[in-house]
Ligand binder design. Structure first.
Ligand SMILES: Cc1cc2nc3c(=O)[nH]c(=O)nc-3n(C[C@H](O)[C@H](O)[C@H](O)COP(=O)(O)O)c2cc1C
Length: 311
């Protein structure tokens, strides 16, 4: 029997709309040790840069009343080790894998994209370009500037040789719709909305930042309503010019109703990051809750509820 949650992302069938968010599930095998990969429609890898990175000094993560502030700083093994040590293991995970790319220069994205396009990395069915990391010095430069974003996306997409490309934007940009249009006109297949929100938290006793960097990225429940609004505005704004653009909604999802809100305003799939840290059972709870919701709504499949928000 076909599940009511079966859907597709960028034309690729996924068993449910739940996607593990970049950087919150290791490279994929780590989360699969805790949560079966089959609970996810897709799993996104940590963002990969050409060089291995140690990331920022501690503390890299702090809990806040309504979410989590992180300044991981794109710590990762680097491209060569990722390709040699991790990619061969990814085929064992019974889910769609999304490879995430980050970099400081356009050439960094090209280098990682060329490796991901190789047959050896065909397990990375979809590629996400992280242009919105708030916790490195250059992490947001491409996602904040329409000209740079166009240059980056239009030159990286060909290097991926037909692999679908999602561009991940920041919830802090002044004009997410404008940047979404730029990314799509430059050849992106779809969008991931959103990364963490640039934010600060200060310890009044030490008068210093609560994390090892002045500011970082806020995730979790605090960002959810902001991201729902962004998905709504971007989906509505793209209706004429780019209908059917694949969108992953991402930010503060920890219950089925958080996920349902994102689907209703037009997300095709829903990412979960901080929710995995709060409770590793989150994906299973989301799946159960969404299945019941689809039935209560008396529709045949979750896809019938995408964009079904009545304003
Ligand atoms: C600890 C941590 C590490 C992250 N690392 C990455 C990363 O490597 N690449 C990326 O694109 N986003 C990264 N993110 C952002 C998440 O993928 C996601 O966009 C954000 O956390 C919002 O979703 P959430 O509220 O469900 O966590 C990271 C977030 C956290 C909390």
């Amino acid at each position: 029997m076909v599940s009511v949650l079966a859907t597709n992302l960028c034309g690729i069938p996924i068993r449910n709309p739940i996607v593990a968010a970049a950087g919150t599930a290791g490279y994929g095998p780590e989360i699969a040790e805790v949560v079966p990969a089959t609970r996810f429609g897709a799993i996104t890898t940590k963002s990969i840069t050409p060089e291995g990175r140690d990331g920022n000094p501690p503390w890299r993560v702090t809990d806040l009343p309504a979410g989590m502030l992180n300044a991981i700083g794109l710590a990762n093994l680097g491209l060569d080790r990722f390709m040699a040590e991790v990619v061969p293991e990814l085929g064992d995970l019974d889910t769609v894998m999304i490879g995430s790319i980050a970099g400081h220069r356009v050439e960094d994205y090209h280098e990682v994209a060329a490796a991901f396009a190789d047959d050896a990395a065909s397990v990375l069915r979809i590629v996400e370009l992280n242009v919105s990391c708030p916790n490195t010095d250059t992490g947001r430069q491409f996602g904040d500037d329409a000209g740079l974003l166009h240059e980056l996306v239009s030159s990286t997409v060909p290097a991926l040789q037909g692999r679908p490309v999602l561009v991940k934007l920041s919830p802090g940009s002044a004009d997410p719709l404008g940047l979404a249009r730029v990314a799509l006109d430059a050849g992106a297949t779809g969008l991931t909305l959103c990364n963490t929100m640039p934010a600060m938290a200060i310890d009044p006793e030490t008068r210093r930042s609560r994390i090892g960097r002045m500011s970082g990225g806020l995730s979790g429940p605090a960002v959810h309503p902001m991201v729902v609004r962004i998905i709504h505005d971007v989906r509505t704004g793209l209706q004429e010019s780019h209908p059917g653009t694949p969108i992953i909604g991402l930010g503060g999802v920890s219950s089925w109703s958080d996920a349902a809100e994102m689907l209703l305003v037009g997300a095709d799939a829903v990412g979960v990051g901080t929710g995995l840290f709060i409770d590793p059972r989150t994906p299973a709870k989301l799946v159960r809750g969404l299945e019941k919701w689809v039935r209560r709504q008396k529709v045949d499949s979750i896809g019938d509820l995408v964009g079904a928000f009545e304003s």
